[in-house]
Design a binder for this molecule. Structure first.
Ligand code: ZN
Length: 263
């Protein structure tokens, strides 16, 4: 009997993404590990930049999906598990087209899977329903999954590494710092006790403020948390930014400083 689990963070990311696209279909890939008969979803992506969708159909942005997979594999050794996407609420199951696509992927690519997780999401008012399915042997099967809250020992072991310790992560961090310095900002990178990386940018023109980017451990797949530190009051003021709302891994912290005119 196969068991499935998904992290609460992934559920929340999917819910946010569904609410962001109320009138069209959206989706992304699911990534994680398979240990014995247990499939654990640890990460997901959004749709990327170029994706096809109609009322009943969603096709992923293949390049974005592949880059997401490459990044997460390098960070944590996690692999492709399937595709989540949104349907109109009257179609809560995978369509025949979804089944054909999934069977094509299982048979034609070297993914080493005999089933693909294919949860279907729907949005009613602002409520997101996520119905888990797998597609296997030419049909969709409803499954149950357990939602984990950071208490899974297998995934906790995987996440002892930090994104910036990998080659790609290090290069990305160097690139981020160089882009901020090109904007004539002074940059300081610090790592907290929890290992989370903070990038602190200051401008000569704004002596009393510091812009602080707190990077999640799958950065730049997920956006940074951004706040302005008022150095006099030591208060953090959260930043509202279109670049953060529309985040994808092709965006940089320098896009946010530009948007905020924090130069
Ligand atoms: Zn579908």
């Amino acid at each position: 009997m196969n068991k499935y689990s998904i992290s609460q963070d992934v559920i929340e990311t999917i819910e946010i993404e569904c609410r962001r696209s109320p009138d069209k279909e959206t989706g992304g890939i699911l990534v994680g590990v398979r240990v014995d008969s247990c499939t654990i979803v640890t990460h997901c992506s959004g749709p990327g930049l170029i994706w096809n969708s109609s009322k009943h159909h969603f096709t992923k942005d293949t390049d974005y999906a592949q880059q997401t997979l490459n990044l997460l594999y390098e960070y944590f050794g996690v692999n492709y598990l399937g595709l989540w996407h949104k349907h109109p609420s009257e179609y809560p199951s995978p369509s025949q087209g979804d089944i054909i696509n999934a069977m094509d992927e299982i048979s034609s690519t070297n993914i080493g899977l005999n089933e693909l997780l294919t949860p279907i999401c729907s949005l009613t008012d602002s409520n997101v329903t996520i119905s888990p399915f797998i597609i296997r042997d030419g049909s969709a099967h409803r499954i149950d999954w357990e939602i984990s809250h950071g208490d899974c020992t297998i995934t906790n072991e995987l996440f002892k590494t930090f994104w910036y310790d990998s080659r790609t992560g290090r290069e990305r961090l160097d690139d981020e710092v160089a882009r901020l310095q090109d904007q004539k900002l002074s940059v300081l990178v610090t790592k907290g006790e929890d290992g989370r990386c903070r990038v602190r940018a200051t401008s000569d023109k704004r002596e009393k403020q510091e812009l602080v980017f707190l990077c999640p451990n799958d950065y730049p797949l997920s956006s940074p948390f951004v706040a302005i530190l008022d150095k006099e009051t030591e208060q953090y003021i959260p930043v509202i930014s279109q670049n953060i709302s529309d985040w994808n891994m092709y965006k940089y912290m320098s896009d946010i400083t530009n948007e905020l005119s924090f130069l």
